[in-house]
Each structure stands twice: as structure tokens, then as C-alpha cells.
Design a protein around this ligand. Structure first.
Ligand SMILES: NC(=O)c1ccc[n+]([C@@H]2O[C@H](COP(=O)([O-])OP(=O)(O)OC[C@H]3O[C@@H](n4cnc5c(N)ncnc54)[C@H](OP(=O)(O)O)[C@@H]3O)[C@@H](O)[C@H]2O)c1
Length: 247
């Protein structure tokens, strides 16, 4: 069964954003900001709290590859399309030998296989349109953090996927992996809620919180928006929103 096909007869100049993980956190804040900036936004996650005339929500479990494979991206006439692969999970925070096979599979599917399939669908659906593809990465791609095995592995792979796509010079496509820094979301709450015997770096993450060092989702979304608006300025494909200074 194919999931919902949206045919949108927007004018060619209308900006369109397709965002995964709009249920909470960075994805929700980014969707809300882009709606304020006049985008048509298509959100994909398991739950939704956004209610806006220019927001179209499709419920989907992105760790279920059958659902991802069946997903058809909206057919739009606009010449300006953005995909943000944002949905991800930190996964079960346990030393590698304690990982359940079912968790390993779900975490790879949600964090890596599903965004990879969506990157390909995005490029092939909007061949002739101006496309901006943003994979939300993580500093964990470059840091082997104990008890985050699958998270680190998937984010490292997503960075490499981004770089290979960039090397291939696809028609009308710019592609980036954007690392958001440490942002105050449910993901950080989950990390702080782990027991120390399972997560040796727990005190580092509770300290970020107690010293108020977490970025808000509002600022993270604004910095992401700066990158979206000024994507021609950036030469590297792997970016950190920490490098963006909002005036
Ligand atoms: N927060 C940080 O400090 C931080 C740091 C580095 C990178 N990141 C990255 O930033 C991105 C957003 O993270 P966040 O901090 O905003 O996390 P979050 O608050 O946990 O949000 C995760 C988002 O993904 C969606 N999602 C989770 N499982 C899903 C599934 N099976 N199917 C569909 N959607 C699913 C959630 O919506 P539903 O629950 O409604 O499905 C939610 O919108 C992720 O890629 C994360 O790796 C975050």
C-alpha cells in the first residue's frame, strides 16, 4: 500500500520543505520557523502537534522500512525544494555487548537506512527542481562515545553518505550534513536519564544541563534557517550550527 500522495499546485517561487521528525525537538521548531517564513511544510513523524494551513502531516514510523519504501514524496510544481532528514533516536544507551538485536536493527533503520532512502527519493522525485538536502548529523560522528555505538556509527555513515552525494554532482542539488550541537530536547533528557553504570559519560551531560549550556530548539532552528538561506556561502558539506553567528 502506498502512503499518501500530495499533489501541490504551488507557484514556482513557493518554497517547500519536507522535514522528518516534526513531532518534537529540533524538527518541530524548524517546521514552525519555516512556516512563519512562508514555506509550505510537509512533516513526517509518528505524532504531530503542529496545526497550520501550510502544514501537511503524514504519520509514519521511519524505523519501519516498509512504510519508508512505500512513501511517495509530494508532487509539487515549485522550483525550490528542501529536504531535512532530522528524525533519529539516541537508541538504547548501553555498552555494545548489551545491545538487543531488535534495537540495533531499529536504530540503523531510523537513523541511517531510512534517511538514505529518502535522499534517493528526493533526488529522483525533483530531478529538475532546485534542491537543498540537509541531513541532520551529530558531533558523535567524530567521537566514539561509549554506550552510543549505533548512534555514533549511523551519524558517521550519514556524514559520509552526504559527502559521496556531494561528490556525484547531482543536477540542481546542494547537500549538507549539519551538526546541531547540544540542544535542549527529549533526546538530551533521555541521555541524562541513563544510569551511570550503563553510560560512563553521564556526569558530562548532566553538567551541560546544570550549567545551562544547552542551546534552545528556537535558536537551533534559526541557525539552521541561516544555513538554508545562505547555503551558497558554505564550501564544506559538513557544517556545525555552532559556526553560525546570528546577528
Ligand atoms: N538534541 C541534541 O543535543 C542533538 C545533538 C546532535 C544531533 N542531534 C540530532 O538532531 C536531530 C533531532 O533530534 P532532537 O534532539 O530534536 O530529538 P528528539 O527531541 O528526540 O526528536 C526526535 C524526532 O524524531 C521523531 N522520531 C523519533 N522516532 C521516530 C520514528 N520511529 N519515526 C518517525 N519519527 C520519529 C520524533 O517524533 P515522533 O516521536 O512524533 O515520531 C521527533 O520529532 C536528530 O537527528 C539528532 O540525532 C540532536
Amino acid at each position: 500500500m502506498k502512503l499518501k500522495i500530495n499533489t501541490i499546485d504551488a507557484d514556482q517561487g513557493q518554497k517547500v520543505a519536507i522535514i522528518t521528525g516534526t513531532g518534537n525537538g529540533i524538527g518541530k521548531a524548524t517546521a514552525e520557523l519555516l512556516l512563519k517564513k512562508g514555506y509550505l511544510v510537509f512533516g513526517y513523524s509518528r505524532t504531530n502537534k503542529i496545526n497550520h494551513p501550510n502544514f501537511t502531516f503524514t504519520p509514519i514510523d521511519l524505523s519501519d522500512l516498509g512504510q519508508v519504501n512505500d512513501l511517495t514524496l509530494p508532487i509539487i510544481s515549485s522550483n525550490n525544494v528542501l529536504l531535512i532528514n532530522n528524525a533519529a533516536t539516541i537508541g538504547s544507551i548501553v555498552p555494545f555487548d548489551k545491545k538487543e538485536t531488535s534495537d540495533i536493527i531499529n536504530e540503523y533503520n531510523l537513523n541511517l537506512v531510512s534517511p538514505t532512502i529518502l535522499c534517493r527519493k528526493f533526488i529522483t522525485t525533483y530531478t529538475y527542481q532546485e534542491k537543498l538536502l540537509i541531513n541532520i548529523g551529530s558531533g558523535a560522528a567524530n567521537s566514539p562515545i561509549p554506550s552510543w555505538s549505533i548512534y555514533c556509527a549511523t551519524k558517521a555513515a550519514l556524514d559520509m553518505l552526504t559527502q559521496v552525494i556531494a561528490e556525484e554532482n547531482h543536477k540542481n542539488l546542494r547537500v549538507f550534513s549539519v551538526h546541531p550541537g547540544i540542544v535542549d530536547t527529549n533526546m538530551q533528557k533521555t541521555i541524562r536519564g541513563t544510569e551511570e553504570h550503563l553510560f560512563p559519560l553521564l556526569s558530562k551531560f548532566t553538567a551541560y544541563h546544570s550549567k545551562n549550556e544547552l542551546e534552545t530548539t528556537t535558536i537551533a532552528a534559526q541557525k539552521l534557517h541561516y544555513i538554508i538561506q545562505n547555503s551558497n556561502e558554505f564550501i564544506k558539506n559538513i557544517l556545525s550550527i555552532r559556526d553560525v553567528n546570528l546577528k
